[in-house]
Design a protein. Structure first.
Length: 333
């Protein structure tokens, strides 16, 4: 996706999470961890708050209550509205006051984000009509049945339309939120946040790998050690044969494991990491493109430009002009 231009305003981008009762705790934590305060190591570019239809104690599914003091009028001041999961009794409708507030926020230009079952609120507000959307794979059929105008995709981790975004279940909320930060503020800022959270800035594959594959496999089949090693070898000419030798399996077996666990080939995964590293270097340094190409293992400026354009539909020079010029900007709109 082409990165959104950063604004000139120095104000923080206001993110407000709309909570219901009982509130799923983990999707809310995903949003607050990404958009919340990360201390001096990560410059603040977002403010994060919560609201609910009826201010006061809000029950969570984890056995504790939260005291939420802001009502729906908080959405009137939000740049991004996040619905971090939504639990209602089976067949119950989303309260009209909630859908009205979400529609008004969208109508004045706020971005609306549904994490996991939060997509049901966006669908009830009519914001997903005729649009592709994601939710947890276990509730995809229900979403499609209740809202037939929504083009539910049960496979993807998230869908971003710019003004509307939805994610699959639980941890896919982190994937979507980091993607939005990358689109808003650049890959380097998203990487800083991901490092603080000790997580990957971009997870590959689709959620069907979790829905349909066996729940577990031999510990030795995990790709995590190889991926960690590869992340430190971006400047080296590593190929599939090298990866297979490192793992102690055949190239064919390694490719199968990548496809099963990540949904892509080893070469594609490595190229995506090289492009992500290129973006960070373009944003944060003045290094020549030829030097960057060598640092990220793309061999030459010509090869880097070609690969970069294929991935992002822009040139390294244009990308650098945009993000170097605006890297001190705050917010997105």
């Amino acid at each position: 996706m082409t990165p959104r231009p950063l604004p000139k305003s120095p104000d923080l981008h206001r993110v407000v999470a709309l909570l219901g009762s009982p509130q799923p705790a983990f999707p809310l934590a995903c949003a607050s961890e990404v958009f919340g305060d990360h201390g001096p190591a990560v410059p603040a570019r977002y403010s994060f708050g919560v609201c609910t239809e009826h201010p006061g104690p809000v029950r969570t599914e984890s056995g504790y209550d939260m005291l939420v003091t802001a009502g729906l009028d908080a959405l009137e001041r939000a740049d991004t509205v996040v619905v971090p999961g939504w639990r209602q009794p089976t067949g119950a409708e989303v309260p009209p006051a909630v859908t009205d507030a979400v529609r008004r926020a969208h109508g004045r230009g706020a971005r609306i984000v549904g994490i996991c079952s939060g997509a049901f609120v966006l669908a009830a507000a009519g914001l997903l009509d005729g649009r592709r959307a994601a939710t947890h794979w276990a509730r995809a059929a229900e979403l499609a049945s209740r809202y037939p105008k929504v083009r539910v995709d049960p496979a993807v981790l998230y869908v971003d339309h710019g003004d509307i975004a939805t994610s699959a279940g639980a941890a896919a909320g982190v994937d979507l939120c980091l993607h939005l930060v990358s689109a808003d503020q650049g890959a380097a800022h998203a990487l800083r946040i991901a490092r603080q959270m000790v997580t990957s800035p971009h997870r590959e594959g689709c959620q069907l790998q979790y829905a349909e594959l066996p729940a577990s496999g031999p510990v030795g089949d995990s790709l995590a050690p190889l991926l960690d090693w590869l992340s430190g070898q971006l400047d080296q000419p590593v190929g599939v044969a090298d990866m297979a030798a490192r793992t102690g399996v055949s190239s064919r077996t390694l490719t199968r494991r990548f496809t099963e666990q990540l949904g892509i080939s080893p070469g594609r995964w490595l190229l995506d990491r090289r492009i992500a590293a290129t973006r960070a270097l373009l944003e944060e340094t003045d290094l020549p493109v030829e030097t960057i190409a060598r640092r990220v293992g793309l061999s030459s400026a010509v090869n880097l430009r070609r690969r970069f354009h294929e991935a992002l539909r822009t040139t390294p020079a244009a990308y650098r002009r945009q993000f170097r010029a605006n890297r001190t900007g705050q917010g997105v709109r």
